[in-house]
Design a protein around this ligand. Structure first.
Ligand SMILES: NC(=O)C1=CN([C@@H]2O[C@H](COP(=O)(O)OP(=O)(O)OC[C@H]3O[C@@H](n4cnc5c(N)ncnc54)[C@H](O)[C@@H]3O)[C@@H](O)[C@H]2O)[C@@H](O)CC1
Ligand SMILES: Nc1ncnc2c1ncn2[C@@H]1O[C@H](COP(=O)(O)OP(=O)(O)O)[C@@H](O)[C@H]1O
Ligand SMILES: [K+]
Length: 495
């Protein structure tokens, strides 16, 4: 909004436009509402609320505004909007009176204009008490710009927030609506550009991309005249003794995402089982010492996946340290997942620093992200985008910070994934993602600039396969189901 102001756009007109956008939502979804309660805060989000309340009043629907103290004087545009509401006969009551009046008013809709993008920190007591009371009413709620209590920049809820039915949000994407806690609080998201989206598009503001449509993960149709060598050789390294599952799922996912050839390097005791589960894989055993033939296979790979069930015990540690010491990870695009990330924390300084590592994709979940920066998991969830960027800068890598609204960043560009579902919160789904990233990459150029873009597409495709799997029920989907549906997800995205 500051940018709009700098470009000479009239801020009160924007507030009017915001109010009209919310009023349109009221008319479209709740035109028969009984009494409408509007919460109006003390900033510009409150100003928007007064515009909506005036429009509701004007259309002869019963409306009461509840506002925290001080109700006397707001600032600037918000005060103009409040005065306009009052001069049209509007009623404003103290927020603390809401519990006493609610039975009398019989509201059937609540509009939340308490806090918007200016909210920071923890809710002040008066607000928290009001929001907790509201949550007991079971009313449909339209949130203005964002649900009060949710931080629009980070997607973090400190203690309490409104759970909206609809959120009518304005102009650019607020990352906090689509990552972390955001999706649990926003309900259905409705966007309004307030008529200034064109002007902002030309202002060169760096914003995050929300990956929501298959068009954003477009893949080229294959030439008829293709052969397996056209689509890359991926080597997957992991699977300590007794742990064949994760590396098998990662490798099978690479195959199901379009790679020409996939090799697995694992503990010798896993070889027979993995071969029998997927005879398409080439599987080789290593007892922890990497002989020359294994090193040759790795050095001829187009892409590496390192980490699924590698373990931090001696076998995994020995494999990882040799890969780094022999520079095998320095020149080949490499997806580092799971225990490779844990080992990366341990060996970052002595082995990894100062090498040419800008071909890495790191795929931490929040706990692994916390370890990579030596912070707490809470610190990660407080600001997912900033943390993902910090990891990208520290390791010179593309980072996928997994979870609801996975963040993909090379430290500069930021994308937030909009595919996937909570059914995917199940063991092995991250191993599948690591494989999908490598497999999808084999469809693209191998240069570095493609790394962020191809990782974005892969993360979207992985979530899309999860969504296709969840069509028969979300809870209880398993990672191997998602692997089998990767071809369907890819097919949706082929040009
Ligand atoms: N003119 C503009 O800039 C426009 C802004 N728009 C609206 O304005 C909003 C942003 O307005 P503001 O910057 O005034 O911010 P807000 O209206 O979100 O909030 C500011 C108020 O919240 C209080 N507050 C902050 N943290 C708090 C906490 N932890 N507990 C309790 N109270 C807290 C502050 O004391 C301040 O009074 C947007 O979300 C959008 O709804 C729209 O009207 C379009 C035009
Ligand atoms: N609630 C969710 N919404 C969307 N995607 C999710 C959700 N929960 C998990 N996922 C996805 O599933 C995968 C889980 O990865 P991870 O936690 O590493 O699992 P594991 O360690 O068991 O392999 C990630 O890609 C993550 O983004
Ligand atoms: K709000």
């Amino acid at each position: 909004m500051k940018c709009a102001e700098q470009q000479g756009i009239d801020m009160y007109q924007l507030m009017e436009a915001a109010g009209h956008a919310v009023f349109d939502c009221v008319l479209a979804k709740y035109s028969h509402a009984n009494h409408i309660i509007v919460l109006a805060g003390t900033g510009n989000n409150g100003g928007d609320a007064y515009v909506v309340a005036r429009l509701i009043n004007h259309s002869n629907m019963p409306v009461t505004v509840f506002s925290p103290k001080p109700q006397s004087k707001l600032r600037g545009d918000a005060e103009i909007a409040r005065q306009s509401f009052l001069s049209h006969g509007g009623t404003i009551v103290g927020l603390e009176k809401l519990p006493d009046l609610v039975d009398e008013l019989h509201p059937s809709l609540l509009i939340d204009g308490l806090l918007g993008t200016g909210f920071d920190g923890a809710l002040r007591d008066e607000y928290r008490v009001a929001l907790e009371f509201i949550s007991t009413l079971s009313l449909p709620i339209i949130a203005i710009d964002l649900p009060s209590g949710l931080n629009g920049d980070t997607g973090h809820v400190v203690d309490f927030a409104i759970k909206a039915t609809y959120t009518v949000t304005f102009v650019g994407l607020k990352v906090g609506l689509v990552t972390g806690d955001g999706p649990d609080y926003c309900g259905t998201l409705l966007f309004s550009g307030l008529g200034i989206e064109q002007c902002l598009n030309h202002s060169n503001i760096a914003t995050a991309t929300w990956l929501k449509s298959p068009i954003q993960a477009q893949l080229q149709k294959r030439k008829f005249n293709s052969h397996k060598g056209s689509f890359g050789h991926v080597v997957c390294i992991g699977g300590a003794v007794g742990m064949p599952g994760a590396i098998f799922m990662a490798a099978k996912s690479v195959l199901r995402s379009g790679a020409g050839k996939v090799t697995v390097i694992t503990h010798p005791q896993n070889v027979t089982l993995i071969n029998s589960l997927a005879p398409e894989l080439m599987v080789f055993g290593s007892d922890g010492e990497m002989d020359q033939s294994i090193k040759d296979r790795i050095s001829h790979a187009d892409i590496l996946v390192v980490g699924p069930s590698l373990s931090v015990a001696p076998w995994g540690e020995s494999v990882f340290t040799q890969l780094v010491a022999d520079d095998l990870l320095a020149h080949i695009p490499t997806i580092l997942d799971a225990d490779a990330l844990n080992l990366l924390c341990k060996y970052y300084d002595p082995l990894v620093k100062n090498k040419n590592l800008n071909k890495w994709v790191l795929t931490p979940h929040p706990l692994e992200a916390a370890r990579l920066l030596d912070i707490s998991v809470l610190d990660v969830s407080k600001n997912r985008v900033a943390i993902a960027r910090d990891i990208a800068h520290k390791f010179g890598a593309v980072v996928v910070l997994k979870g609801c609204g996975s963040i993909i960043t090379d430290g500069v560009n930021v994308a937030i994934n909009g595919s996937g579902n909570p059914g995917m919160a199940t063991a092995g789904m991250g191993d599948v993602l690591a494989g999908v990233i490598a497999g999808v990459m084999t469809n693209f150029d191998k240069n570095e600039t493609a790394l962020q873009k191809s990782t974005q597409k892969a993360v979207f495709l992985h979530g899309l396969a999860g969504d296709i799997t969840a069509k028969n029920g979300e809870i209880g989907i398993i990672s191997t189901d998602v692997i089998e549906l990767m071809p369907q997800a890819l097919d949706i995205c082929i040009k």
